[in-house]
Design a protein around this ligand. Structure first.
Ligand code: ATP
Ligand code: MG
Length: 326
């Protein structure tokens, strides 16, 4: 079976790390068909549109999309692309790698972030000169989708259960619905859960990340807390993410366009290559996914390394080393 993969490098180092991840996927014995499309600042400058219709359509029909980064136009690109793949959950692993400088090297977390609603509802109003408002939307259906995904995720992997991070003591109606719905789905499926207030989580994860494993959060909390965890593991260049929907997914590094190093050929491709490993897992290629993870881990530990990790290797050197290990 051929898998159609949309490749959207975007701007900045997206142009360097995305082809690196494609090279890794191409080195495996899997029948992929890659189609490249434009999105981001450069295409906006050229055509007036940050996300051309054909790029949206490609992502909406491909089996999976590999995305790099977009600059100023990021919100105009990534939010509609998440809709194109009908993604309701953003998976963000935050794991420290052996041999890499990290604030908390023992960190090994996975955030499952609600990806469609909460304070990202887009419903904002300027009521008067003095007052503006935002409508925070939480639905039972989206919370159920997330909870069912989380239950499958912990059952398929090596996890005892998951933690629900919320603020239901203050946002009683919205986070109350989120917490109660997620918990009742998990109870029904016999999956263990515990809960933590999101502010307390922020402190506790810094002091002792090992007390957490899989963390299920509303949209904004997932965004902020996973970035905090990124700080604990020591570097944006290492963190992958997956936006998953029922039929397709979009895989992207957590980092942005890194304008300070763009064009120099020294961006760390690890985050995007690990995102490609998540793509493999999503398509059912668990063994190949594990091999890519291991090759990246081994390369990070033993080199070559890009300058962000203290080395002097190029993006291409690191990519070649990963492919050689594969
Ligand atoms: P954007 O607005 O696109 O997010 P930014 O200026 O915030 O751009 P980021 O991409 O978020 O830049 O990166 C923040 C810092 O981390 C930069 O100094 C960048 O060089 C570094 N960085 C990010 N990703 C990588 C990578 N893959 N390899 C090396 N360094 C990286
Ligand atoms: Mg940034």
């Amino acid at each position: 079976m051929t898998h159609e993969i949309a490749v959207i490098p975007g701007d900045g180092i997206g142009q360097e790390v995305t082809p690196a991840a494609v090279d890794v996927l191409e080195s495996l014995e899997i029948d992929f068909e890659f189609t490249e499309a434009d999105a981001g600042d450069a295409v906006k400058e050229a055509t007036g549109e940050a996300l051309p219709q054909e790029t949206y359509d490609l992502a909406a029909s491909a089996d999976a999309t590999l995305f790099g980064a977009a600059g100023e136009t990021a919100a105009d690109v990534i939010l509609p692309l998440r809709t194109a793949v009908d993604s309701f959950v953003n998976i963000r692993p935050a794991k420290a790698y052996p041999g890499i400088d990290a604030v908390r090297p023992e960190t090994d977390l996975v955030f499952l972030r609600e990806n469609t609603e909460g304070v990202y509802s887009g419903i904002e109003d300027r009521l008067t000169q003095d007052v503006s408002t935002l409508t925070r939307v939480v639905t039972e259906s989206a919370s159920e989708d997330l909870a069912e995904f989380a239950c499958d995720y912990v059952s398929d992997g090596d996890h005892d259960g998951f933690t629900i991070a919320h603020k239901a003591n203050v946002m009683r109606e919205t986070d109350g619905l989120f917490r109660d719905t997620v918990k009742s789905v998990a109870d029904e499926k016999g999956v263990e859960t515990d809960e933590v207030l999101m502010d307390a989580f922020a402190t506790r994860v810094c002091l002792d990340p090992e007390q957490f494993d899989v963390v299920v959060c509303p949209n904004l909390a997932g965004d902020v807390l996973s970035d905090l965890a990124a700080g604990l593991v020591g570097g944006l260049g290492l963190l992958p993410s997956a936006n998953v929907g029922p039929e397709r997914g979009l895989f992207e590094p957590v980092h942005g366009t890194a304008p300070d190093i763009a064009g120099e050929g020294v961006a760390n491709p690890a985050a995007t290559i690990v995102s490609a490993a998540m793509l493999l897992e999503y398509l059912g290629y668990d063994e190949e996914s594990d091999r890519v993870h291991e090759a990246v881990e081994d390369t990070l530990e033993n080199g070559p390394r890009t300058p962000d990790l203290g080395g002097d290797a190029s993006t291409e050197d690191v990519t070649d080393a990963i492919i050689e290990r594969l």
